[in-house]
Ligand binder design. Structure first.
Ligand code: RB5
Length: 152
């Protein structure tokens, strides 16, 4: 699977571990995020991953900041993006199955390495259910975007 990953300056080493973990499973991971020693604003970092997902160059995205919250707030402003901030594996699984979330967000200051790798594994490996009730509800979310202008 093609996955885009991005992060801000709060512990880029966690991003590197998640990237290497997914690559070891055969995934192609595009890193658009902040390197060790750099400073990055999370809305900018979110935009880089969102654009890759919007264009189809990545099937899923992962965004990491201090809490995951800022990244999810920014990412959900992009048309077609359904970003879920998760710190537990149940939510990471359910947001793929029910919400067809296409971006996972989590925080370096919230989850440790083990949970971060589990979150990424579950998010990437759980398919969307395609059940009618979920299709209908996701269409309702998409309808909310209709008055939004296209993102730059
Ligand atoms: C950066 O200090 C921090 O605000 C950011 O990483 C994130 O947690 C915001 O939601």
């Amino acid at each position: 699977m093609k996955i885009a990953i991005g992060n801000d300056h709060t512990d880029p080493t966690l991003k590197i571990k998640v990237k290497e973990h997914l690559e070891a499973q055969g995934h192609e991971v595009t890193d658009t995020g902040c390197a060790v020693g750099e400073k990055c604003d999370y809305p900018d970092a979110a935009g880089k991953v969102c654009r890759l997902v919007q264009s189809g160059q990545a099937e899923l995205g992962i965004l990491i900041c201090g809490t995951g919250v800022g990244m999810s707030l920014a990412a959900n402003k992009y048309k077609g993006i359904r970003a879920a901030c998760c710190s537990d594996t149940f939510s990471a699984r359910m947001t793929r199955e029910h919400n067809d979330a296409n971006i996972l967000c989590f925080g370096t200051r919230v989850v440790g390495e083990g949970t971060a790798l589990d979150l990424a594994d579950i998010f990437v490996n759980t398919p969307y259910s395609h059940e009618e009730r979920h299709e209908r509800r996701i269409a309702m979310i998409t309808a909310l975007e209709d008055n939004w202008s296209e993102q730059k």
